[in-house]
Design a protein around this ligand. Structure first.
Ligand SMILES: Cc1cc2nc3c(=O)[nH]c(=O)nc-3n(C[C@H](O)[C@H](O)[C@H](O)COP(=O)(O)OP(=O)(O)OC[C@H]3O[C@@H](n4cnc5c(N)ncnc54)[C@H](O)[C@@H]3O)c2cc1C
Length: 333
């Protein structure tokens, strides 16, 4: 029934059907020193798919990361690839490694968090394997059937992939991260090869440094929109955010107006967040913004327009001038 290159035995899985034994390769996202939390969300999605989970850690000196992820709950093996070719995590070099790893191990699924990293990597991998990538899933119905949003989050699609290898990216906010404890996976070397390529060369990267929590993993996010009127006025939000150890986000209008840098953008073309508390200040609530934050557990909106669409998704709404309400709120906290 199935291609002979795959493991041929079948087992009952948790979806109650007989299926080929699943085996997933999770691509770890990291900075050579520490594992990025999104990898734990991707492992969680892999657990929902079922079967063995192998994590690929590729970098330059990434042994500490491999050790950390080997303790992740549910991981059975860690493949480590250290090579100068992986400096800067260039997708061109990593694609060759992943294809070589796939050829050797014959996974049924290859998955990663839906981030800028995987957006440049997984489509290449899928193309090389001649399969269609399935992007930004929010749920797993069966090993071949995934749930994802379409039309900026206005419709939910259930998608069945007939490809023999599923290449999938995972929306972090939809899968509880697995803890980095309780596991004791063995670490092995990934397939060796000449992964150096002449197409591109990594020169340098400049990263924004911030003491604040990372936007996509913060428990509280305070976001400002065009209603903030200027970048200087965002100081009001930083002061409020300090009370909660919150991350600061923004609407695209605030970013486009130059109030704040674009890595703060929340929404369809920005970051997807689902914190415990999301405070939207001077944001109207356009669907493209809602697409990035409507899964937040509690939403608070401060807007002077009682008709603003943000109030339709808000759990608590304050119709007020933000320049009065935000300092008052900050003072009372
Ligand atoms: C393809 C596409 C992708 C997009 N992607 C994104 C995205 O990722 N993220 C995103 O955010 N947008 C995105 N947009 C843009 C989106 O459509 C909206 O234009 C944008 O979200 C509006 O931002 P805003 O709410 O800050 O501004 P506005 O819609 O102008 O709203 C400003 C709000 O501030 C309120 N306000 C003004 N002054 C005060 C005051 N003193 N006190 C209290 N309230 C006040 C107003 O009542 C108003 O509701 C996208 C659009 C397109 C077409």
């Amino acid at each position: 029934m199935f291609a002979t290159c795959f493991r041929t035995f079948r087992v009952s899985n948790k979806f109650g059907t007989l299926a080929r034994y699943e085996s997933t390769l999770v691509i770890a996202e990291h900075n050579n020193e520490s594992l990025l939390p999104i990898t734990c969300n991707a492992i969680s999605a892999a657990k929902k798919i079922g079967g063995d989970i192998t994590v690929l850690v590729a970098g330059t000196k990434c042994d500490l990361v491999a050790q950390a992820v080997s303790k992740a709950n549910g991981v059975s093996k860690v493949l480590v690839a250290e090579n100068d070719a992986f400096k800067g995590f260039l997708p061109e070099a990593l694609t060759s490694l992943i294809v070589a790893t796939q050829n050797e191990h014959k996974f049924t699924h290859i998955i990663a968090g839906a981030t800028a990293f995987s957006k440049s990597l997984l489509p290449r991998v899928a193309a090389k394997l001649d399969v269609s990538p399935v992007s930004d899933i929010i749920g797993v119905k069966a090993p071949d059937t995934f749930i994802r949003t379409i039309y900026a989050g206005n419709a939910i699609q259930t998608l069945k992939s007939k490809d023999k290898i599923k290449v999938v990216s995972v929306r972090g906010t939809s899968f509880e991260p697995v803890p980095l404890e309780g596991g004791s996976a063995k670490c092995e070397s990934a397939p060796a090869g000449d992964y150096k390529m002449n197409l591109v060369e990594f020169i340098k990267q400049e990263l924004t440094k911030s003491d604040r929590p990372e936007l996509t993993s913060a428990k509280v996010v305070v976001s400002g929109g065009r209603g903030m009127k200027s970048g200087d006025n965002f100081k009001l939000l930083y002061t409020l955010a300090d009370k909660f150890n919150a991350a600061v986000g923004a609407s695209r209008a605030a970013v486009d107006a130059g109030f704040v840098p674009n890595d703060l953008q929340v929404g369809q073309t920005g970051k997807i967040v689902a914190p415990d508390l999301y405070i939207a200040v001077g944001i109207s609530g356009a669907i493209q913004h809602l697409a990035g934050m409507k899964d937040s557990k509690t939403i608070v909106a401060i807007n002077k327009d009682p008709e603003a669409p943000i109030f339709q998704v808000a759990d608590y709404g304050l119709v007020a001038d933000l320049f009065k309400a935000v300092p008052e709120l900050t003072e009372k906290l």
